[in-house]
Ligand binder design. Sequence first.
Ligand code: CP
Ligand code: NVA
Length: 306
Amino acid sequence: MKHFIDLHEDVSISDLEELLSIAEDLKAKTKAGIPHPLLAGKTLGMIFTKSSTRTRVSFEVGMYQLGGHPLFLNANDIQIGRGETISDTAQVLSRMVDAIMIRTFKHQDVVDLARFGTIPVINGLTDDQHPTQALADLLTIKEHKGTLKGLKLCYVGDGNNVANSLLQACAKSGMHISVASPASHTCPSFYVDQAKKDAAVTGSRIVMTTDPFAAAKDADVIYTDTWTSMGQESEKAARVAIFKDYQVNGELMSHAAKDAIFLHCLPAYRGYEVTADVIDSPCSVVFDEAENRLHAHKAILVKCLG
Ligand code: CP
Ligand code: NVA
């Protein structure tokens, strides 16, 4: 595994299993206070053209805990923000840092960074995918349920970057996934077809529907994300109208399995995609999920850079 850009393209089924096991091991070591300076002397450049709390802090702290050094590069402060090309940026950074993590709009920019550079590239979210989130989600589900294969995850809401990566992650790990979205905002068929290919190998079942209650039926995991992703702020009012029937609330949760857990990548908007009584209830594991970004990202760093 050279890059961590696209779960379908870059991460094999065995890579995924290995990443989860490295993450579990590093989490245990962190909790026990056992030092693990596996990346001593290594440097990670972190380019952000969108906001972030969890991704930035977890990669930054993760690099420190691994004995390496993170460099936060706000796109407005580096020459990329003034029009320097991705190709030149990739070639320059390849001479100075050991890997790049990037959060940006166009997925192709991340692919190009990897194509023109010579060092590993990690996708910290694009308009199309959020693979580091999906890895932390699998880690969280495995911790709470003991396994992944054969479980049912229900994603309700916008067929966005988080949903696309969850489709890929579930298909690779043998989890069943039902995605309920309005027909106008479902996941692109490209991601559904791709997931079905992996599902044929792992036994995962992929269901796309417009009916949130059908999707939630007997689900072990209920997942949602904001209705308005970064870059879509001007569409907020229209989106609230489009997604109003796709809220995760007590009624929707009552269709899931009795011991179902609730996940959300965060940031969450209570009263929109999820009600406060769900996200702040005992079935919600969103803060375990947020913490697991740290452990999952350390596993990605070790596998790409170690
Ligand atoms: N879930 C997630 O990626 O959070 P941030 O936008 O805060 O990084
Ligand atoms: N879909 C959201 C995820 C934020 C972590 C966005 O792209 O803004």
